[in-house]
Design a protein around this ligand. Structure first.
Ligand SMILES: NC(=O)c1ccc[n+]([C@@H]2O[C@H](COP(=O)([O-])OP(=O)(O)OC[C@H]3O[C@@H](n4cnc5c(N)ncnc54)[C@H](O)[C@@H]3O)[C@@H](O)[C@H]2O)c1
Length: 437
């Protein structure tokens, strides 16, 4: 049996911790041997959880890199703007990296990272967790079997729920591209664009266009008489669908890893602690959703054409009642339509028999029991991704979901170009300079 892969957490936030927890489920496969984070509290929490000594804790990726190579790999869960700068020094120091998405915030950064990976011959896998969700894996298998014939069209949609939208993209830390580095398309839907590229694997996109913007979560839509802060000065809070009390106190576990980061130092904070915190004006999550400093879009449509004439669309809709990811792939001989959140998809084939038009089979993954157990997050994707990363480093065959950096480039470029298409009101063309050769 191979020895466990040793890994150091860089950026000890919610995401890196989720991936690192794989070592608790499978200690024979992954061992956490260090942490790097400027946040002392988080360093200490990780050190305690993984039994790390002081000399295994570092204040930054840069400090860690200056010590040479101390483990097989890095789990890089820093924020979007830091993915490339932290990875460059760690690649140079000799590490392979499991890297969060979006792995870059500009086309220049995409190529900077790709060139460095090539130069040092390292393995970098991107956390496109949806590729590992059984729902998408099963769909990909039908595509690989050629069951749909030649793909004509791929339609995807992500409906971001009202509470997710408000927490992350209106009040929270992905609400301004000039600060967090990413547009909402890149931070939320680089997964869906990646799924489109994966379904059409090996076929390069040629054109991208996009429409959308920020329309609803703006000052002019604020209800009459509303205040600036839900729990301080808002007389209509009780009737408001976006009340911070309703979103975060009535559902204290919902988005807790974002909303309560400022009171991480309090062990098991009470509801009272949380209410007091929401009443602070320097706390992001108590703000009226129509009076925040958000600039990212709340809706966006993307259209893509590929070199073989196939087409794809993705719709991002912020503020939906129900969170949902949908996919509909149509090929020359059949189609697949499904909703990830239901774990159900239907496959249809042409049926020319008299009295028939098509035949269909409904696949319910819940009935098959594929969605349960320790591998639950992101439709089952989170920890399966870590397992694949470990397998690849141990020299085993990668799974069909494997998301090497090279494999993730087109999806990221499509997202970055779509944002330019939307803001510059243009069609963007892929050419030799922005296409993976
Ligand atoms: N794959 C997914 O589906 C998914 C879902 C949510 C978020 N994400 C991505 O995960 C990433 C992390 O999100 P999060 O909410 O866990 O972030 P976070 O802000 O909770 O954690 C980031 C950590 O990085 C640390 N850090 C900052 N500079 C550093 C440096 N130079 N060296 C080492 N550490 C440093 C910060 O102190 C912080 O603790 C983001 O890029 C986000 O877009 C991915």
């Amino acid at each position: 049996m191979s020895k466990p892969i040793t890994a150091i957490i860089v950026g000890a936030g919610h995401r890196a911790e989720t991936y690192a927890s794989f070592s608790k489920h499978c200690p024979d496969k992954l061992k956490i041997v260090g942490v790097a984070d400027p946040n002392e509290l988080r360093r200490k929490m990780i050190a305690q959880k993984y039994n790390l000594a002081e000399n295994q804790c570092f204040e930054s990726a840069e400090e860690l890199a200056s010590k040479g190579k101390l483990a097989d790999a890095i789990i890089n869960g820093t924020m979007d703007t830091q993915h490339v700068p932290t990875s460059l020094v760690l690649l140079k120091a000799g590490y392979d990296i499991l890297l969060e998405k979006p792995f870059a915030i500009s086309e220049e950064q995409v190529w900077q990272l790709a060139d460095t990976v090539k130069k040092y011959n390292r393995k970098v896998m991107i956390c496109h967790v949806l590729r590992y969700a059984p729902f998408y894996v099963e769909i990909k298998k039908h595509i690989l079997n050629g069951e749909l014939g030649e793909i004509i069209s791929i339609q995807t949609a992500e409906h971001v729920s009202y509470h997710h939208m408000a927490c992350c993209f209106v009040r929270g830390k992905w609400n301004r591209q000039d600060i967090c580095g990413s547009s909402i398309l890149m931070s939320k839907c680089c997964h869906d664009l990646d799924i489109i590229m994966w379904i059409n694997s090996g076929i390069n996109p040629t054109k991208v266009s996009s429409f959308g913007g920020l329309h609803y979560f703006r000052k002019e839509h604020a209800p009459k008489d509303s205040g600036e802060y839900c729990l301080i000065d808002c007389p209509i809070e009780k009737d408001c669908l976006y009340s911070a009390r309703k979103h975060y106190l009535d559902h204290p576990d919902r988005w807790s890893f974002y909303v309560w980061t400022g009171i991480e130092h309090i062990e098991n904070p009470t509801l009272k602690d949380k209410e007091e915190y929401l009443k602070r004006k320097d706390h992001l999550y108590g703000r009226c959703v129509w009076k925040c400093d958000n600039t990212v879009a709340d809706r966006q449509a993307v259209m893509i054409e590929f070199e073989n004439g196939s087409i794809a669309t993705h719709n991002l809709i912020g503020g939906a009642s129900r969170p949902m990811r949908k996919i509909h792939i149509v090929g020359t001989e059949g189609e697949i339509q499904g909703i990830m959140d239901d774990s159900v998809y239907t496959i249809r084939h042409i049926d020319t028999r008299p009295g028939h038009e098509y035949k269909e089979i409904v696949h319910d993954l819940k009935i098959r029991g594929d969605m349960t157990g320790a591998f639950g997050g992101h439709g089952g994707g989170d920890l399966r991704l870590v397992e694949d990363f470990v397998n690849v480093l141990q020299g085993h065959k990668p799974s069909i979901s494997c998301t090497s950096l090279e494999d993730s480039i087109n999806g990221h470029l499509v997202g970055l170009l779509a944002d330019r298409a939307m803001t510059e009101n243009k069609i963007m063309y892929f050419d030799g300079s922005n296409q993976l050769s």
